[in-house]
Ligand binder design. Sequence first.
Ligand code: AVJ
Length: 315
Amino acid sequence: MTNTFKEDVRKGLEQPQKTLPSKYFYDKKGDALFVEIMNLPEYYLTRCELEIFKNKTNALIKALQLKTNTHFELIELGAGDGLKTKHLLKALKDQHFNFEYIPIDISANALQLLQQDLNKTLPDIAVTPKQGDYFEVLASLKHNNNPKVILFLGSNIGNMEDAIAQQFIYNLGANLQKNDMLLLGVDLIKPEEIVLPAYNDSKGITAQFNLNILERINNELEANFNLDYFEHLPKYDAVKGIAESYILSTKAQTVTIKAMNATFDFDEGEKIHTEISRKYNDKLIHNVIANTDFTIEDKILDSKAYFADYILKRH
Ligand code: AVJ
């Protein structure tokens, strides 16, 4: 991890438009800050999808075309605390569906906490956590012939550039079989007054989250970014439907990264690109699945129509 981290940071900072990959937000402090973000009044995404899982559980189950007499695997990519999924798990159990819940996560710790919680709160559900890379785990499950339902929630796909998202969904399809289902949760394109505050909260938690990547470079790669001279800079293009986060250098400065024996110059006003959070509509979803074996079966919205869970089927 440290080696790829170092190489990714070097590559990103050597480009004319400096960039740092958003996946490196999530160290221990970043994980905790993201939990705080999910509880912010401005960050509507989590609440909207939770509302769908709470209030439209039966619509979800119906759209997923499940049958009570056929055993299936419910596989969640990046399960986290499972807060939303628990509503679905409980409804499936109450309605006597026959399934195994397989949460996949990179974090062994997150999976352990989730399993302990589920064993306590929903003891009748078979839970088999798998730690590791999504596609390695999916490949290992590919040939068991159980029907599969994949959950990819929280607009996590929004962090991918469109071409990468296409490739990701294509790879998912390649690891599934005919009639397997994908429940894809995405944030929808909305006016700036709603989206921008979600990435620029009044308590400054998102700013800390964004700047934490510099702290991480300081800690893990012996660098000397001075956080007094870098600022969180969020943007939203409502036409494209893309929110982006940058880190702004507020003065001309030079940063040393000892672990790579290198220095990097920043101009006053220079921006480091750190994250995209793509927002979707039907057209963009069609585009993402264009060259894959998935078709759109249904779409379930929250009451404000801010967020959508698309139901896709593998043909
Ligand atoms: C976890 C990728 C869905 O893009 O909305 C939250 C991450 N970044 N605030 C998002 C995030 C800044 C989040 N996702």
